[in-house]
Design a binder for this molecule. Structure first.
Ligand code: C2E
Ligand code: CA
Ligand code: CA
Ligand code: CA
Length: 279
C-alpha cells in the first residue's frame, strides 16, 4: 500500500490514512528535494501600467518530484510551515532569487525586480534579515531589486517581533509587499508604521471588478488608500482585458495575472519579455 501511495497524486494531502506518517514522509522528501536540487523558481511578470513594460516578477516555487512530477506549492508549503522545514526552503528561495538577479545583470532583463513569498514562520527566525543581507552581498545585486511578499496574517500573529524583523529587512533596502490584501482579518493600523512599499489586491476582488459594483468600489478604495499613504498597488489575478482597462482607468500601478503572463521558467520569461508582454 505504501508503494502505491507513493505514486499517486495528492499523496501528501490525502494519499494515506495516517496524517502523522504522511507528514514524516513529506518532510523526508522535502529534505531530499533540497539536497537533490528538485526545486525551481518560476517567474510571473508584473506589468507596469504606465510604461506597459514588465518591471518586476513574482517568484513562485515549483517542486519537480522524481516520482510524482510537479507538486504544487499548496500541497507542501502549509505542511512545511507546520514542520518548520519552510525555514530551509525559504533560504533556498532567497538564494535562488539573488542568483537569478545576478544572472540577469548585463542582460536586457537587468532592470527586473524579483518578489519572493515569505511565510510567518520564516520571518520568525531571528537571523533572517542577516541571511538576506548576506545573500545580497554575495550575489552583488542591488537590495531594492528584491521584494518580500507577506500576508497580513503572517506578521500580525507575532507583531512586535515581526515589526522589528521587517524594519531590519527594510533597512537593507529590500521592498515589502502585503500579499492578498483585503481578505485578512487585520486592522489597517499597521499601515501607519510598517515599512510597506506595495499592496497586492487579492484576486477575489479583481475577478469581477469590471462587473460588480462592490468589487469596483473596494478596489478603487484600496488604490486611493494606498496612494494617499505613498504605497504602490499591484492587482493580482488579472485575466481579462476588461479588468486591465478598469485598473488602468483607476490608476492602479501594476497588473499581474494570466492575461499578462503565467508563471514560467527564467528562460521562457526572457523569450516572452523580448517579444513584448501584451498581444
Ligand atoms: P500567492 O503568493 O498569492 O501567489 C499567487 C498564486 O496565484 C500563484 O499560485 C499563481 O500561479 C496564481 N495566479 C497568478 N495569476 C493568476 C490568474 O490570473 N488566475 C489564477 N486563477 N491564478 C493566478 P501558485 O504558484 O500555485 O502558488 C500558490 C501559493 O503558494 C502562493 O500564493 C503562495 O502563498 C505560496 N507560495 C508559492 N511559492 C512560494 C514560496 O517560494 N515560498 C512560500 N513561503 N510560499 C510560496
Ligand atoms: Ca505572493
Ligand atoms: Ca497573492
Ligand atoms: Ca495567497
Amino acid at each position: 500500500a505504501k508503494e502505491r501511495g507513493r505514486n499517486t497524486y495528492q499523496f501528501y494531502t490525502e494519499g494515506m490514512q495516517d496524517r502523522e506518517v504522511r507528514r514524516l514522509e513529506l518532510d523526508k522528501d522535502l529534505s531530499e528535494a533540497l539536497a537533490g536540487d528538485q526545486f525551481e523558481l518560476h517567474y510571473q511578470p508584473q506589468l507596469d501600467l504606465i510604461t506597459s513594460r514588465a518591471c518586476s516578477v513574482e517568484a513562485l516555487i515549483r517542486w519537480n518530484h522524481p516520482q510524482r512530477g510537479m507538486v504544487p506549492p499548496v500541497e507542501f508549503i502549509p505542511l512545511a510551515e507546520e514542520s518548520g522545514r519552510i525555514a530551509e526552503i525559504g533560504r533556498w528561495v532567497i538564494q535562488a532569487a539573488c542568483r537569478q538577479l545576478r544572472a540577469w545583470q548585463n542582460t536586457n532583463l537587468s532592470h527586473l525586480r524579483i518578489a519572493i513569498n515569505l511565510s510567518g514562520r520564516e520571518l520568525d527566525q531571528p537571523d533572517l534579515p542577516d541571511y538576506i543581507g548576506q545573500c545580497l552581498l554575495d550575489s552583488g545585486v542591488a537590495p531594492h531589486q528584491l521584494e518580500i511578499e507577506l500576508t497580513e496574517e503572517s506578521f500580525i500573529a507575532n507583531i512586535e517581533h515581526n515589526h522589528e524583523q521587517l524594519r531590519r529587512i527594510s533597512e537593507l533596502g529590500v521592498h515589502l509587499a502585503i500579499d492578498d490584501f483585503g481578505v485578512g482579518y487585520s486592522s489597517l493600523g499597521y499601515l501607519r508604521n510598517f515599512p510597506v512599499d506595495l499592496l497586492k489586491i487579492d484576486r477575489s476582488f479583481i475577478t469581477n471588478v469590471a462587473q460588480q459594483q462592490d468589487d469596483a468600489v473596494i478596489t478603487r478604495a484600496i488604490i486611493n488608500l494606498a496612494h494617499n499613504l505613498g504605497i504602490r498597488v499591484v492587482a493580482e489575478g488579472v485575466e481579462t482585458k476588461e479588468q486591465l482597462r478598469f485598473l488602468y482607468n483607476h490608476q492602479c500601478d501594476l497588473a499581474q495575472g494570466y492575461l499578462v503572463g503565467r508563471p514560467m521558467p527564467a528562460r521562457k520569461l526572457a523569450e516572452k519579455l523580448t517579444q513584448g508582454l501584451l498581444p
